[in-house]
Write a protein that binds this ligand. Structure first.
Ligand code: GDD
Ligand code: MN
Length: 375
């Protein structure tokens, strides 16, 4: 008979490792064997495991992870299908291990794995609750940051420290270590979107974590591309908004509305142009302006609002057509609702606003489900 006691007294049973290193990956196939081998070497004498969290990378990182894991049971991979996002990947990885300590590290060789053992020693000694590898602490060097990126980083750090009352030299570092227990406590309040997982952890803990910083040299990326460069600013605005409104306002919806407002401008410009330069009937010009404005909204929503799940090629065309249809229905319901409210209430601005909001919510929710549905 198999009992719980016999399961744990089994000689082949092994206790949980002390440290889990979480490696989020998106298109890191060439880097993965190198980084895992380097970590294994750097952690000699420590009981560790590596949890790779791959978001179904098109370059086959997932298969590469399985190949590596097949040779070493200390290494395993979580395969996330239909989802993207660095923060979410890190959180899932950290919650998927029984290890006492968890570290998050980039898989692209830009982080110095030699720091792991020192970070662990500091946490073990109880000298800190959170160990952060900092690109900007005294003594650190940034080989892998372009001048612009360096400036952008320093600027955002100043903003962060001010507004979120955080005091870190590198709150956006993607390389840190803490007790898993702490992550479990904070996890329900963390944003799964964006890159700023460390900042989110520190801001959510509201000063409860004692931080030790480790200056290090941010290396050059060897293979593949950074997924971050063009996103820093957006990502940032997103976290600030989430933290200030306690996640009540969806950043996507805000972006969607901003794009929609710009679409109104385009609509009016096209309308004015057609009115001045053609002899078309008004309803025809209005229809043409509407189709163009919706196309404009599609292009910008695809580039910004849904930058993490951008449609390309054939899907782009299909998305454009369905977005036109959805927004056309949204426009009809907008007019319907507005007329209804106008008939009952008589306040033109209330009717107009309700119609517009209704249309925006419709366009947003329906396009989220049918145009940019997670693949
Ligand atoms: N699973 C998963 N999903 N992994 C991802 C995703 C994603 O959507 N996006 C990026 N990654 C992985 C990459 O494969 C890499 O291992 C790591 O996360 C960092 O991504 P990079 O694209 O290399 O980011 P970076 O080098 O430009 O940015 C660095 O600096 C940022 C702060 O300025 C990183 O250290 C970031 O973690 C850090 O926030
Ligand atoms: Mn990188």
């Amino acid at each position: 008979m198999v009992t719980e006691a016999s399961a744990t007294s089994d000689a082949s049973a092994r206790a949980a490792p002390e440290l889990a290193v979480i490696l989020p990956t998106f298109n890191e196939r060439a880097n993965l064997p190198i980084v895992t081998a380097r970590i294994a070497q750097a952690l000699a004498g420590i009981d560790w495991e590596i949890v790779i969290v791959d978001d179904n990378s098109p370059d086959g990182t997932g298969e590469e992870a399985n190949r590596i894991a097949a040779q070493d049971r200390r290494i395993r991979c979580i395969h996330r299908i239909g989802r993207r996002g660095l923060a979410g990947a890190c959180i899932e990885g950290m919650l998927a291990t029984p290890a006492k300590y968890v570290a998050v590290m980039d898989a692209d060789l830009q982080h110095d794995e030699a720091l792991l053992a020192r970070m662990l020693a500091t946490l073990r000694d109880g000298k800190a609750d959170l160990a952060v590898a900092s690109r900007f602490a005294e003594g650190a060097v940034q080989a892998g940051l372009s001048a612009n990126r360096d400036r952008a980083s320093r600027f955002s750090i100043a903003v962060v420290n001010r507004f979120l009352k955080v005091d870190l030299t590198d709150p956006m570092s993607g390389f840190f270590m803490l007790e898993r227990r702490t992550v479990e406590e904070l996890a329900p309040s963390l944003s799964t979107q964006g890159f700023k997982i460390l900042l989110d952890i520190v801001a959510t803990a509201r000063g409860r974590l004692r931080v030790a910083e480790f200056p290090f040299t941010f290396g050059q990326r060897q293979h593949g591309d950074s997924k971050l460069d063009s996103r820093v600013a957006l990502d940032f605005a997103q976290l600030l908004l989430a933290k200030f409104t306690d996640d009540a306002v969806s950043f996507r919806f805000v972006l969607f509305c901003i794009v929609g407002l710009s679409g109104v401008g385009v609509h009016m410009a096209v309308l004015a142009g057609l009115h001045d330069f053609t002899a078309w009937r008004f309803d025809v010009t209005q229809a043409v302006a509407t189709v163009i404005a919706i196309a404009w909204n599609f292009v910008f929503n695809n580039a910004f609002t849904y930058r993490d799940q951008r449609l390309t090629g054939w899907r782009y065309l299909r998305g454009l057509v369905s977005f036109e249809v959805i927004c056309a229905i949204g426009a009809i319901s907008n007019v319907g609702i507005a007329s209804l409210i106008y008939g009952q209430q008589g306040a033109w601005w209330l009717a107009g606003l309700s119609g517009a909001l209704m249309g925006a919510v419709w366009n947003y929710t329906v396009s989220a489900a049918f145009v940019w549905r997670a693949r």
